[in-house]
Write a protein that binds this ligand. Sequence first.
Ligand code: NAD
Length: 290
Amino acid sequence: MQLLDGKYLSGVLVEEVKVRVAQLTEKGAKVPGLVALLVGENPASQSYVRNKMKLCEKVGFQSKTIRLNADISQEDLLLEVKKLNEDQNVDGFIVQLPLPKHINETEVTLAIDPKKDVDGFHPINFGKMAQGLPCFLPATPFGILQFLERYNIDVSGKKCVVLGRSNIVGSPISILLSRKATPGNATVTLCHSRTKNIEKYTQEADIIVAALGIPNYLKADMVKEGAVIIDVGINRIEDASRKSGYKLVGDVDFESVAPKSSFITPVPGGVGPMTVMSLIMNTMLAAENR
Ligand code: NAD
């Protein structure tokens, strides 16, 4: 079993992006810039945005967090998005999800200029992704592809099972793995909450991507010997032995599944760091495109 180490790989990619920043600025272009719109006080969102800004600093980007009150109106939030669409100093920006309940998330996503949509959530980017055209890939699936590519995991012709069909993970990664591309060319089965006898699919899979948000869902008896396991889940479970009172676990029962796998991502330290890094790579691409 080999660990797919997100911290290590994102460190490698940081160095590569630094070189690209230097190449861009040597040509007289400005330093790439990423802005995060953070609405409200959700602690998890605050921590995600903090990590994104830290990584921007590491690679030498300009970065800024715009904090907005949780009671901001839909109209005012859309105005903020419009300002960022028009700001020439901003290469890319994200609206950190989830948004407060009174905000229509879809409308906000649709308002983002697809050329600055470095989260890759806009339907224009999703559509281009599905057709194999140049675009911003959604961050988590992009990170998963990086793992497969950089660890030389052969995907072509393999049986892949994706658990979960969200717009940001399950659905796009199932499309990406089946595309005529490298990594890709896999035969993909997408399982979801209505799928019956999921273990029938997972037991045959060469590669499993678990993105369903159920702590330790995938057990050893559900996977075959030598499978590649990508655990996207981030779940907080109670742990009285820790100061915080909780610990993070994935959707995969790591202890039982790891010994059977050929490659596996840990949680934390697997897909999470690669998701943040993908955002940085998309912003780099946005700056280069400009
Ligand atoms: P989601 O929470 O929007 O949806 C869950 C999906 O799982 C749905 O498509 C549903 O059909 C499926 N599902 C639910 N119960 C199921 C069951 N019993 N059997 C099969 N399928 C079932 O999905 P999401 O936003 O992709 O999030 C999934 C997990 O990934 C969460 O834990 C989330 O925190 C985590 N996540 C992590 C990252 C990262 O960077 N590591 C990024 C995004 C999401």
